[in-house]
Design a protein around this ligand. Structure first.
Ligand SMILES: NC(=O)c1ccc[n+]([C@@H]2O[C@H](COP(=O)([O-])OP(=O)(O)OC[C@H]3O[C@@H](n4cnc5c(N)ncnc54)[C@H](OP(=O)(O)O)[C@@H]3O)[C@@H](O)[C@H]2O)c1
Length: 263
């Protein structure tokens, strides 16, 4: 078995599915643990993986911990092994805590975002200073299977949550507002929503190779429509609002992770 997955929910499942799709793992080489045997069998079957019981997960060499942070305290004694290597994607659980509770120095902490489900996560990675290179590489490849990966100091993980974790909600608000604007100027709701979605999709794709300012300048021709709209956005301090939202969300992530809650 190459990997034991503890917590095959939305995020653990998305990462497992992505790694299998990318050919990094064969589903049959992955074990899925859940304390309830029926649930364990169902989750394993969903991914074509192997169900793991308490003994199986206890002896796993490599574990992806993807339960809710609140469940970690009860799961840790079961999976803790000095020699084993761990990747955790639990929000707010530090590498120091992971290492202490799991009794291992091979610990990588990852913070993916919602995009993992569609192969478009931006994942932050940090690790215990003694984590061997091959364990770090495994974690990197695991999350590269569902998007991009950035090595981020742990002190910036809450800020990461503010931008990459909460960002999809902010972008969704923008999408909804663009669609409302479309309805306001006469489109039906479905068309307006599709236009807004395509605008965001095209912009995201173009930003893979262009600086945002370059893209904006290209669209905003002299005396044209886009620059007229941009002036309105500036009047309403949209940039400030978004920057402030990131800061506020980062502060909130700091409070929640300090209190041991999921973000
Ligand atoms: N969702 C995100 O966008 C996101 C982003 C970044 C990080 N995360 C992190 O990902 C983790 C999981 O979040 P999620 O959204 O994927 O939650 P989720 O869908 O509820 O997944 C948690 C899974 O863990 C299972 N589980 C509960 N207790 C368990 C135990 N003792 N042993 C093994 N499995 C157990 C649950 O099974 P049952 O359904 O039977 O309870 C469920 O399948 C959290 O720590 C969160 O901070 C999530």
């Amino acid at each position: 078995m190459k990997l034991a997955l503890v917590g095959a929910g939305k995020m653990g499942g998305a990462v497992l599915a992505g790694a299998v799709r990318a050919g990094l793992l064969d589903a049959a080489d992955v074990g899925v643990y859940h304390p309830d045997p029926g649930r364990r069998a169902a989750l394993a079957a969903r991914f074509g993986a192997t169900p793991l019981d308490d003994d199986g997960v206890h002896h796993a060499d490599r574990v992806l911990v993807a339960v809710k942070p609140q469940s970690f305290e009860s799961v840790a004694p079961l999976i803790a092994q000095r020699h084993a290597s761990y990747v955790s994607l639990m929000a707010g659980v530090t590498t120091a805590t992971l290492s202490k509770r799991l009794g291992s120095r091979k610990v990588v902490r990852a913070m993916p975002n919602l995009g993992a489900a569609v192969g478009a996560s931006a994942t932050a990675l940090a690790w215990h200073p003694e984590t061997p290179a091959d364990d770090r590489d495994f974690a990197r490849r695991l999350f590269q299977a569902v998007g991009t990966v950035h090595d981020v100091p742990e002190s910036l993980f809450d800020a990461y949550t503010g931008l990459a974790g909460s960002g999809p909600a902010f972008a969704a608000v923008v999408a909804e507002a663009l669609a409302d604007g479309g309805v306001r100027v006469g489109f039906g709701r479905d068309v307006a929503r599709d236009l807004a979605r395509q605008v965001l999709l095209a912009t995201a794709r173009l930003l893979e190779t262009k600086h945002p300012a370059e893209l904006k300048d290209e669209v905003a021709s002299p005396g044209g429509t886009a620059i007229a709209g941009i002036r309105t956005l500036e009047r309403h301090r949209v940039r400030f609002a978004l920057m402030d939202a990131i800061e506020e969300a980062s502060d909130r992530a700091r409070v929640l992770s300090r209190d041991g809650e999921d973000v």
